[in-house]
Structures are given as C-alpha cells and as structure tokens.
Write a protein that binds this ligand. Structure first.
Ligand SMILES: [Fe+2]
Length: 382
C-alpha cells in the first residue's frame, strides 16, 4: 500500500450497518410478512406514487434494523429479473453507514473492489444523502451511505409508510440492531473472500472456527468472522467442509446459485419474551432436540467450567422455546434460528441475546446442524 492509499485508508469509517436491501418477487407482500411474522414495522415507501417509476421499495424497521424490499415495476428489468431467476428472493446489498461515501468507494475500488455504482447524491426537502456501491463477490453488494444528518424517512424521495392496523393487535417485538450478517461461500472460497474484506475494506479477522469444531457425520463448515475497526459490523464468512453427505452450506449454494447471505442476526434483550411473541405470530423456528437440553444441564453443573456467573433464564423456558445457549467462563449468549423465510432453503433470521459473550454460537453449531439435517432430510437434500 503506497502513501496515497494509507492516507485514504485513515479516512474510511464504516460506522455501522445502515440497512439491508433485499430483491424479491413481490416487495409489498414480503414486507408484510416480515412485519406480521417477525415483528418489523412499516417505515418508508417509494414507488409510482412518489415518482419512482422503475423500482418499488417497501422499507420496514425495528429500532436500528432496517430492511428494504424491492421489486421491478415494469417488464424488462434484466438486472432484477436475472437476480431472481438465479437466486430467488435474497439479499442484494448490505449497506454501511459511512462518514465519506466517496472516499470509501474510491479507496475500495483502488484496492480491487468491483465498482457497481459511482458516487451519487439524492436530495429532497429533508436534506441529502450521498451513496456509492461496490461488490467483493458475485451477487451481494455493499453501498456506502453518507447521511449528512438527513432527517426524512429513510432516504430522499421516500415517503412515510402506511401503518398496518393488524400490527396493533399483535404482541410487541423489540429488537435492537443487526448483530451480524453471514455469507455462505463455495468450497475453498472463504479465505479468498476474507482476504478481500481485509485488503479492500480494512476489516480484520475477529473470530474463526474450523471443521474440527463444527462437525457432524453429515455436515461441517468453516467460518471466519470479519469485523470493521469499531467491531460493530460483523460479517461471518462460511464455506463447507468435507462431510459424508451434503452440508447445509452446499445446500444453500445449490439453491441460491452461488454465494450469498445465509442469515441476518438481530440483537435483542429479553429473548424469551420475544420468541414467545414471535411464536404466537406464527414465526417458525428450527426445533432443538431434547437431548441438547439434557446435556446442557449436565455440562453447566460441571465445576471444572469455573463459571463466574449464573444463567439468569430458566432452562425450562429456553427448552420450551428451543432457544440455544453458548457459554464460556465469563458469559453466555442465547440464540435461535428461524426456518428459511422463502420457499428456497436460503435466507433465514437469527435472534441473539448476549450476556457478556462475543461469540457466534460455535458450541451450538453441532446441535443446530443436527436440527437442520432433519429439515434437509425432509427436503430430500441430504
Ligand atoms: Fe449467526
């Protein structure tokens, strides 16, 4: 890296996740599903009525987690059409809040990112937002969003979304923010993609597991978690590892037609109440075998663990709801995974509550895989 590159590098600041953009066959209905089933609320809209002639956007929000669902409004949108033919509904863009979109873009492209859209500015009476888009691997983009204190609904030329009266009679779901976004990569691509995040976007390796940690007879994976400097943007990158049968990573790649976002984790407090309420909304979660809780109870009593805390939640409640626990000496996390949110077994959501634990649930991967394996079996994909 030359001195010019170094001076650019210091200016780059990815403050946090800004929003997640999904391309879907029917944005209106997808947004409604994420609201009624998963606890988001309508936030903003742009479409024919607001002067957006080509693409409609339904934006939903739960505190700092913002999802944008987009569909084409006319025939012949080859970019969106090709995406849907190949991937089905999926994540097109993970947007980062940035202090200088242009500098982020120039620096990333200089260091090997694929330029997708040159810096541009959108303006309305609430202010202006500058954006620029790159990609590091096929299918998923990153947009840098420089908000300049913009005070309108989501982005310029969006309008406030109509509230959904159904949501008023459903139990409340309050999550905090996007905790991490996981991508699946094909065989032997994980390290290459991680190197790109390091070299091009100044991310660093935050955490990793290999197939010795996560191995069942049928499925295993390797994973490296990439994080920005502030460690509030975390992107775990997975690849399959050799197993006897098809791994869930391979199943994803087959159905998605290449690399892409496998799950988005939403950070929350009070996961027990949230999952209770989500279940009453009809959200579907992966089941956890009873044996998981039997062995958990045993393991937590082991004095050699030297745990300096107690699990605050009642294990019976966790078991009833299929919430998983991962822990070390100093803290623990609670997590649960939805079933795929569209017909293809691709994208799903994780809910995660952290209690002094910065991991991603490696201790649960095995039990999760055994649970996913049963679902794969039902789909004839083992
Ligand atoms: Fe996760």
């Amino acid at each position: 890296m030359g001195s010019n590159g170094d001076s650019i590098q210091r200016f780059i600041k990815y403050e946090t996740f800004d929003h997640i953009r999904l391309w879907v066959g029917n944005a209106k209905q997808a947004a409604s599903f994420y609201c009624t089933r998963l606890g988001f609320k309508p936030y903003a809209y742009s479409g024919l009525e607001t002067g957006s002639r080509e693409v409609v956007s339904h934006v939903v929000r739960n505190k700092d987690a913002i999802f944008v669902f987009q569909s084409a409004l006319y025939p012949g949108n080859a970019e969106m059409g090709d995406f849907l033919t190949l991937h089905g509904d999926g994540v097109r863009d993970i947007a980062f809040a940035a202090d200088d979109a242009e500098k982020c873009y120039r620096s990333a492209v200089e260091r090997g990112a694929t330029p997708v859209k040159e810096p541009w500015t959108e303006t309305d009476k609430y202010g202006s937002v500058k954006m620029a888009t790159i990609s590091l691997y096929n299918g998923t983009n990153h947009t840098f969003v420089q908000r300049n204190g913009y005070s309108g609904f989501f982005l310029p030329n969006f309008t406030k979304a109509e509230p959904d009266p159904l949501l008023e009679i459903l139990p409340d779901i309050s999550i905090n923010y996007v905790d991490h976004c996981v991508s699946n990569q094909p065989d032997n691509k994980m390290v290459e993609v991680c190197d790109k995040y390091e070299k091009i976007l100044d991310f660093h390796r935050f955490w990793s597991v290999d197939d010795k940690d996560i191995h069942t007879k049928y499925s295993s994976l390797r994973s490296i978690v990439m994080a920005n400097e502030e460690e509030n943007v975390k992107l775990p990158i997975n690849e399959p590892a050799v197993g006897l049968r098809k791994s869930q990573i391979e199943e994803f790649i087959d159905h998605y037609g290449g690399p892409g976002i496998q799950h988005i984790a939403l950070n929350c407090d009070n996961i027990i109440e949230i999952i209770k309420n989500l279940r009453s909304r009809g959200a579907e979660f992966l089941p956890t075998p009873k044996s998981y809780y039997d062995s958990l109870r045993k393991k937590l009593k082991d004095p050699s663990l030297k745990m300096n805390y107690e699990i605050a939640e009642d294990l019976n409640d966790l078991e009833k709801l299929s919430i998983l626990v991962d822990y070390d000496q100093n803290g623990y996390l609670l997590q649960i995974f939805t079933k795929p949110l569209q017909d293809r077994p691709t994208l799903f959501i994780e809910f995660i509550q952290r209690r002094n634990h910065n991991g991603f649930g490696a201790g649960n991967f095995k039990s999760l895989f055994e649970s996913i394996k049963r679902e794969q079996e039902l789909r004839g994909n083992l």
